[in-house]
Each structure stands twice: as C-alpha cells, then as structure tokens.
Design a protein around this ligand. Structure first.
Ligand code: SF4
Length: 799
C-alpha cells in the first residue's frame, strides 16, 4: 500500500479508516496545510458548520487527590482548605445558581480517591455517611438532577465497571482524560511521578470498564507535558482501539498544557499553537468525520480560528457561573463573545447537553430512567438542545428569531452546499436522502434560504390564494385494539377509565353531526376512528351509506389506510375490491393518516402492531388505482430523525410519480403532552419550531410540481405558527374541523374549530387572500363560498 501523505489523505477524505501504520506515516510526513485541509473537510462532512458547547456549572466536590501531577494547581492538601469535601448544601447552591443562569450540565470534577491518602478525607466521608468518594458523588449527582434538573457529567477518575454501573442512573455521561500513553512520564522527575491513577494502563482499563457498563465517555489528551508528537498519535490510537470495542467515546478533547506558577512544571514550555492544531488534525484523521473533537476555548483565547481550521467542532463546557477550577487563570469566554468569534470562523455556535448530540439521539442506549427522559425532552431531532420554548399543539408564540428569519430577507448568504441543493430542487431534480436530510437540519441563513425558496416555489406552482375546506371531523369511536405509543386518543375497554371515557357513535349519531355540520356550511365530513375490535369492513360500509344517504351532497373523506386494511382483511377481500365497495357506497376520498413516519425502524418504536410502511403504501396505491384520491401526512418529532423524514418524502414522491393520487401533503407535528410514549420518557417533546417550519418548506421543495398542495395544521401549529408556515411553502389551512378531538386528547390547546374569519385572519397575517376549496382542491362556487358557518352555535356535544 502506497503510504505517501497525499494518498493517505485522499483515502481519509473518501471515508476510509486509516490503520495505525498509516496514521503514523501521515503524522510523520504530511504537511500542516494538507493535514488541516483534510481535517476541516472531514469535520464539515460530520458536523457541518455547527460548533457545540454545553452551558455548565463546575462542581469541585473535593480538591484532595491521591496523585501529585506536576502541572496541577487543583489538588491541594487538607490543611489548605476548610473542609475536605463540599457539603450537599454547597453543591446544591452551585447547581441552583447554574440552573438559574440557564445551565444544563453539572460537571462534577474532583481529585481521585482522596480517602486512600488522607485521614481527613476518610473522616469527612464517614461524617457524611459514606465509605468512598464515588458513593458520595453518586448521591450528590442524584440530588442535583432531582432538585435542579441539571444533567450530571461525572469526572471521578479511575473507576471499575461496578462503580460506573452505580453512577450511570444519575449521570448523562462521564469522563476521564487519558492524557498520554507515554509510560516514561510516570518516572521520577516526570509530571506523573507519584500518580498511581495516571498510569496509562489504569486509564485505559477505566475506559474499558466504562464501555462495558454502557457509559458515554469523554476522554482526550493533555499535550505538552513532555510527550513526543509520535506519542500523541499513540495515545489517539489507544483511544480509538477502546472506542472501536465499545462505541462509547462521545468526544475527544485535545487540551493544551498551561504552565502554572508554584507547580513543578511552572517553567516548562507550553505547546505551540501549531503543535496543538496538528494534534487536533491528527485526532480528526484517527477518528474520522463523526467524532466530536473538542478544544477548550479559554485555553486559546484569541486563537480559536486556528483550532477550527484544524478540525475542532466543539468548545466543551462553558460556565456563566463558575470558574474553570482546573485552569483558574483562564476565564471562560462570555457566550456572546464565543458566538461572535465562532461566526467569524464561518461556523455557528449551538448548545448541546452533557450528552453529545449523536449520543442524545440514541439516549435509550446510553442513559436510563429520568435522565433519559430529560435528554429526549430537551433535545431536537439531531440531539441538540431545543432552540426555544415553542411546543406543537399549544398557544406558545413562535420565537422572535425564527419569525425574523422567515419574515425578513436573509442578511447573509447561505452556504454553498445549501445553495447547490436548492438549485437542484428548483430544477425539479429528485433529491437523494442525504440532501433532503441536510435541508432538514438547516439553521440561520441556510434556514432562511430554504424557506424563501419554498415560498417562491409555492407562488409559482399554486399562486397566492390560501385555501381551506369547510369540513367537520367525526371520530366515531376512540376504542382501539392497537397500542400506538404516541396516541392519547385511543382507549381499550380495560383502560376506559384512563384519560377520559371510551365511546362509540352509532350511525344515527354520526348522521346527526353530519347534518348539523351541513347546516353550518360544511361540505366535507372527515371520519376516522380507532380500530374497534367489534368493527369489521361492514361497519365502515354502513357508516358510509348512512352519511351519504342522509346527505348526498356531503363529500365523505374517511378511513385511514389502517381502517381500510382492517376492513378488507375482516371481509377477506383484496384491497381494490373493498375500496371499490366503499366507493360505490359513497366514499369520496381517503385521509392519508396512520402514515406516522414511513420507516419501519421508527414504526417499530412508536406503533409496532400497526400496518407497516409497505402496507400503508399498498393501500394508497390501491386507493389511487380505484379512483379514490387521498392525502398524505407525516407525524413527526418523537423518536425520528431527519434521515427518516427524507425516506418518508421519497416514498411519497415515488408513489405520486406513479399514480398522481395524492391531493396534498400534511405535516402533523407530534403533540406530546398526553402521549403515553412521552410520559414513559421514550419520546422527544415534538419538533422544535425550526423543524416544524422546515417540515413545510422541505416537502414543498422535494415534492415540487408532483404534489403542489402543502397544508399547515392550525390545530398543531397554532394561528401564528400556521401563518409562518404559509410563508414557508404551505398554501392550505386545512379545514374548519368543528369537532376536532384527537389533538385535544393529546393535550392540544388550539381549539376544536375555526370559522372562515378565523382562517382569513391567519391568511391575512401571511399577507395572502383566503379562498375556499373542495376536498380535492376544486373551486367552490361563489354562492356556497359566502355561506358562512357559525361554528360557535354547534349543538351536538363535541367529544
Ligand atoms: S393511533 Fe390509531 S391505531 Fe394507533 S392506538 Fe391510536 S387510534 Fe389506535
């Protein structure tokens, strides 16, 4: 194998894993320029323009330590401090101050096993009721999380697997710096002399134990303490080896030694910026694009660009409350300053939790219990901290920053990557999964550019009118044999006392509602229900006949693909034959619900006993070929990711290209408040506002002229959110609804109906006229269009 640097760099760029020999050859021979160039390319591949940071408080539980590192001013002796350990009240005071300042992480950093060296530490622990420091730390972490909500990240030194397992329920992640693998640095006169816990073998054994216990770990190098450049590479390779066994390294820190007065290494030279940058670049080469590579910004004040240009994608924990107790001379940069400096490097500062985003996305693998629930509830689909307080289904107003990005022309240009994808989309090209997923994670100027492109495409394809249909929802039963984890609507007989009563509406009750809706001007009944174990295909046929024979002019838009599949199977009929019978009975079109996310990986988590992706698509294909138009939906923001959303859109696009049977695409943000899955701590809190807006803009661009109607749901988005979506690619407001009950059961607060004037106000807020339509997007004649319903006088009790 050719080991020229340019060959190795080309291999790395192409996604190859360089073996240990290749890494060493690269370290020895690559020019800094070529190395940095490749490292930055890989960083952008893995992280885009985002640079993470965590808002934290630093909790120095004890400054007593059994080691005596030659560079350390953190460790001290019992006679220099008032107490060997912070008391629980002192710890909680720090944590509460952090929580009040918007922190989300409690960083527990402490000396190693002081009870093995100091009698004072043993006695203090005994007084607190503990035999070992690690037990005290576990108790503190539990209280800090319980009382402040801060997520603990614990750096407790060398531990065994059993100790990791003891701490795991109380921590989002843990850490231990490997520092170096150079054994000779532990000899007399070297920085790790008299430091039993700094033996490289012990550190690596700790990382192995953490992996065995399933703990997400932070580790890294401390460079400039006497190791050679090749020894730095050896340390990186040792970290990679342990990570490849367990997959548990969430980030690798490359920290530079700072000489401190009154330490044995006070006069030692500090590593140069170039050495530091080169080690960062080598870390990127060793770990590839996805690993988070971190450098502490307070130790390179004014030199951050060099770190970014070497492959850093994370600044680590930044505290607005506490100092860096390990480097007390180096102040944290204020967040505003760090944000500005990061922007000057053409990057975007983004907040993360103590659990790195790629690990937060798999919180069930790395955390447990309430910690897992907290991680999921506070993160978006990429695992970053949710940007604002907006929640789908509530009346929370959209954040000013998102509103500004949508309503004011972008001040800065989008990235070249987004510009290229947008050109491809506006040219009508079918985007691939990766490009669509990239659009879904856009922020800032990229976000603004996508919204603008979607709005332009909307104007070109369907003009300025905002359409709506005057309809009523009838959910004829909430009894359901399925157990979809997200669903707050369904009841079984056994659980009928939970979250309100179980009910069924017979055909007469359904017709009563439809009649009243007709009187109020509705021309569509949207009818869906749970899968009642006593209902079969005849039930759906009877409901259809009842409504159509009572009100022939009413358009019946009814039965999700799940109900259709259930009906067809219960009568032992092929899908087309059953759909044909429903059509003869008067069914006009089908709602495209029960799609959730068309990816079986997601469905296995949120609706395992429901129809799968292929079955949903098969029902839709059969409906279209039977002459029944359908809508298409996505219910997103729970356990799904942008890649799943991309797959969903590509399924819809492919089917639409074949059949042309979809009338509209309807994004349905997950409303979490009463959802069982959310209460069990297994789902996020719905999409962020940015994600919800993008779920209107991106489908507009992906589906293009094939599916020109994108609806925004006022029930889920709220009036203000819906108005923003109308400026982001949407052209339809859905319906007046009248008896909306599914979102209300999930905790939604945006009401059960809207009249024409309410809807007009939303359209006007987006600067557009309102126009009534039929279910399948036909025009409504003038006389009917002016027959205004007065939904406030509905007399049939809404369930
Ligand atoms: S989502 Fe539909 S199928 Fe699933 S439990 Fe709820 S009502 Fe039943």
């Amino acid at each position: 194998m050719d080991s020229k640097p340019e060959t190795l760099l080309a291999l790395a760029r192409g996604g190859a894993r360089l073996n240990d020999g290749q890494v060493r050859a690269l370290a020895a021979h690559a020019s800094p320029e070529a190395l940095f160039d490749c490292a930055v390319a890989l960083t952008l591949q893995g992280h885009g323009r985002l640079v993470g940071h965590s808002r934290k408080v630093f909790i120095p539980v004890t400054r007593l330590c059994r080691n005596a590192c030659g560079y350390c001013t953190f460790a001290t002796s019992p006679k220099c401090i008032t107490a060997p350990f912070l008391s629980p009240d002192e710890v909680l005071d720090i944590a509460r101050a952090g929580a009040a300042a918007g922190c989300r992480e409690a960083l527990f950093t402490l000396g190693e096993k002081p009870e093995l060296r100091y009698r004072a530490a043993r006695e203090a622990l005994e007084g607190l009721g503990y035999a070992r420091t690690v037990e005290y730390v576990a108790a503190l972490a539990e209280r800090v999380f319980r009382e402040t909500g801060l997520l603990p990240h614990i750096n407790a030194g060398n531990l065994e697997a059993a100790e990791f397992r003891m701490l795991r329920p109380h921590a989002a992640s843990m850490g231990i710096m490997l520092e170096t693998t150079a054994e000779r640095l532990g000899l007399r006169g070297q920085p790790h002399w008299n430091c039993p816990d700094k033996q490289p073998g012990a550190r690596l054994a700790t990382l192995e134990a953490a992996g065995a216990a399933g703990v997400a770990m932070t580790s890294g190098l401390l460079i400039g303490i006497g190791e050679t450049p090749l020894e730095r590479v050896d340390a990186l390779l040792a970290l990679r080896a342990v990570h490849e066994r367990h997959g548990h390294l969430q980030e690798v820190i490359v920290q530079n030694f700072r000489a401190k007065p009154r330490t044995p290494m006070a006069g030692a030279p500090e590593p140069t910026l170039e050495e530091h940058a080169r080690t960062i670049a080598m870390a990127r080469m060793v770990f590839g694009p996805q690993m988070s590579i971190q450098a502490p910004p307070n130790l390179r004040s004014g030199e951050l660009r060099a770190l970014i240009d070497a492959g850093v994608n994370d600044w680590g924990g930044i505290s607005p409350v506490t100092i860096d107790h390990v480097n007390p001379e180096a102040a944290w940069p204020e967040l505003e300053r760090l944000d500005a400096e990061t922007r000057r490097c053409d990057r975007l500062l983004v907040e993360r939790l103590a659990l790195a985003p790629s690990f937060a996305r798999r919180a069930a693998r790395w955390t447990e219990g309430e910690i897992r629930a907290s991680v999921l509830r506070s993160t978006d689909a990429q695992g970053w901290v949710r940007e604002d307080d907006w929640i789908a289904g509530t009346r929370m107003p959209p954040s000013a920053s998102i509103r500004r990005l949508i309503t004011r022309p972008a001040q800065a240009r989008p990235s070249s990557e987004i510009t290229t994808i947008l050109h491809r989309a506006t040219d009508g090209e079918t985007l691939d999964e990766a490009a669509i997923a990239r659009l879904f994670v856009a922020r800032d100027e990229d976000f603004a550019a996508i919204v603008q492109a979607a709005d332009t495409m909307r104007a070109r394809l369907v003009g300025e009118s905002v359409t709506y249909v005057r309809n009523c929802n009838i959910n004829y039963t909430n009894i359901c044999k399925h157990r979809c984890g997200f669903c707050a609507f369904a009841k079984s007989h056994a659980a009928s006392a939970l979250r309100g009563p179980a009910y069924t509406l017979d055909a007469d009750a359904v017709v009563d509602r439809a009649h009243e809706a007709w009187e109020r001007g509705a021309r569509e009944v949207c009818m869906q229900g749970g899968i009642h174990p006593g209902y079969d295909g005849h039930t759906y046929l009877e409901l259809t006949r009842a409504v159509k024979s009572a009100i022939p002019g009413m358009h019946l838009h009814a039965f999700s693909p799940l109900e259709i599949l259930h009906g067809a199977r219960s009568l032992n009929l092929p899908l087309e034959a059953y759909l044909g019978r429903l059509r003869e009975a008067g069914l006009g079109s089908l709602p495209g619900t029960a799609a959730e996310v068309l990816d079986d990986e997601v469905r296995a988590l949120i609706c395992p006993d429901k129809l799968d992706t292929a079955e949903w698509l098969a029902v839709m294909r059969a409906a279209h070929s039977s002459g029944l138009r359908t809508t298409a939906t996505i219910m997103f923001g729970h356990v799904d990711t942008p890649l799943h959303w991309a797959r969903h859109l590509l399924h819809l696009r492919a089917l639409q290209a074949d059949t042309g049977g979809f009338t509209e695409f309807v994004p349905l943000p997950f409303v979490h408040m009463e959802s069982p899955l959310w209460h069990k701590g297994k789902a996020r809190s719905g999409p962020s506002l940015r994600e919800a807006i993008l779920m209107h803009a991106v489908p507009r661009l992906v589906l293009g002229a094939l599916l020109p109607n994108v609806q925004t749901s006022w029930v889920k988005m709220g009036s203000e959110g819906a108005a923003l979506c109308l400026r982001a690619g949407a052209n339809d407001l859905g319906g007046t609804l009248m008896y909306e009950s599914i979102t209300r059961a999930a905790g939604g607060a945006n009401g059960q109906w809207m009249n024409d004037e309410d809807l007009r106000a939303i359209a006007t807020a987006a600067g557009r006229p309102l126009r009534r339509r039929t279910t399948v997007y036909g025009r409504v004649d003038e006389e009917q269009a002016h027959l205004a319903p007065d939904s406030t006088t509905l007399t049939v009790a809404a369930i």
